[in-house]
Design a protein around this ligand. Structure first.
Ligand code: KIV
Length: 271
C-alpha cells in the first residue's frame, strides 16, 4: 500500500514521508470552490492558491497587482471545498518583502481568515528573516526559487533561469538555506532539469518542479493551463490534458444558437 493512498488528510509530514518512500507528489493551483472540489476529489496532494490568480482569474499581465485581500478571498473559497489536500497560499507581492514583521502579519491573516494550512513565498537569502519569523509562529512555509514571477521586472524575461553557473550556485545555496531554516517544501520553477535533480537529492524537503524536469519529488502546474482553459500560454514544459477553451467555445456557440432559434428551453425544460 502506498503512503499516498493511505492519507486521509495531507500534512507536511506525509509529504516528507512520500519523498523518503520515493512517491511523487502531485500539486495544482486552485482559486475557487468548484474547481478545488474537483481537484480534491481526484486526489491531488497539494492545492496552491497561487498568485497566478492575478493572471488567470483577474487578467493581469503579471502577478504583481494581486492583493492580500484578494488572495484571502480565493483561499477561503478553496478551503471550503477541500477534504484531503494540503492548501498552500501564496503571499502576494508587497505583503512580505519590506520587513519580517509585515511578512508575519500577512501570513497570520492568511491562516486566520482563510483556514489554509501553509504559505508560500518567493526568494532565498533576501527573505530569510521573513521566513524565520513566519516559521517561529508555527506556520509552515513553502519556498520558491528559480523563475520567481514577482521579480519579473528584475529578470526582464520569463526565460529559463540558472543556466549560468553563478546563478546556479546561488540557487543551490538558497535551497540549502531554505531547507536548513525549516521550509517544508520548495518549488523550483523553470530551471535546467539536472540542476533541479541535484537540488532535490541534496536537501531533505520535497522539491516540487514546474518546468524543472522529472528528477524532482513532485510536479505543479497552473490548473487553467493543464486543462486548456488558457490558450496563448504555451511553454515547452506544459502538458495540456484537456482543451477546455475549444470545448467551452463550442458549447457557448451551441447555447447561443439554441436561444436565438427558440430551441432552448424546450417542453421538458419548463414548468
Ligand atoms: O502562482 C503560482 O501559480 C505558482 C506556481 C507556478 C508554482 O507559484
Amino acid at each position: 500500500m502506498s503512503i499516498q493512498s493511505e492519507i486521509k488528510r495531507v500534512t507536511t509530514h506525509n509529504l516528507q514521508a512520500m519523498k523518503h518512500a520515493g512517491e511523487k507528489i502531485a500539486m495544482l493551483t486552485a482559486y475557487d470552490y468548484s474547481m478545488a472540489r474537483i481537484l480534491d476529489d481526484a486526489g491531488i496532494d497539494i492545492l496552491l492558491v497561487g498568485d497566478s490568480a492575478s493572471n488567470v482569474m483577474a487578467g493581469h499581465e503579471t502577478t504583481l497587482p494581486i492583493t492580500l485581500d484578494h488572495m484571502i478571498y480565493h483561499a477561503q473559497s478553496v478551503v471550503r471545498a477541500v477534504h484531503r489536500a494540503l492548501v498552500v497560499v501564496d503571499l502576494p507581492f508587497g505583503s512580505y518583502q519590506s520587513n519580517p514583521g509585515k511578512a508575519l502579519e500577512s501570513a497570520i491573516r492568511i491562516m486566520k481568515e482563510s483556514g489554509a494550512h501553509a504559505v508560500k513565498l518567493e526568494g532565498g537569502a533576501e527573505v530569510e528573516e521573513a521566513i524565520q519569523r513566519i516559521l517561529k509562529a508555527g506556520i509552515p512555509v513553502m519556498g520558491h526559487l528559480g523563475l520567481t514571477p514577482q521579480s519579473i521586472y528584475k529578470f526582464g524575461t520569463y526565460a529559463v533561469r540558472a543556466r549560468e553557473e553563478a546563478e546556479a550556485a546561488k540557487l543551490r545555496e538558497d535551497a540549502r538555506l531554505l531547507a536548513e531554516i525549516g521550509c517544508f517544501s520548495i518549488v523550483l520553477e523553470k530551471i535546467p532539469a539536472d540542476l533541479a535533480g541535484e537540488v532535490a537529492r541534496s536537501v531533505e524537503p520535497p522539491i516540487i518542479g514546474i518546468g524543472a524536469g522529472p528528477q524532482v519529488d513532485g510536479q505543479v502546474l497552473v490548473t487553467h493551463d493543464m486543462i486548456g482553459l488558457t490558450k496563448d500560454f504555451q511553454p515547452r514544459f506544459l502538458r495540456r490534458y484537456l482543451n477546455l477553451y475549444e470545448s467551452m467555445l463550442e458549447a457557448t456557440r451551441s447555447y447561443i444558437r439554441d436561444v436565438r432559434e427558440g430551441d432552448f428551453p424546450n417542453e421538458k425544460e419548463q414548468y
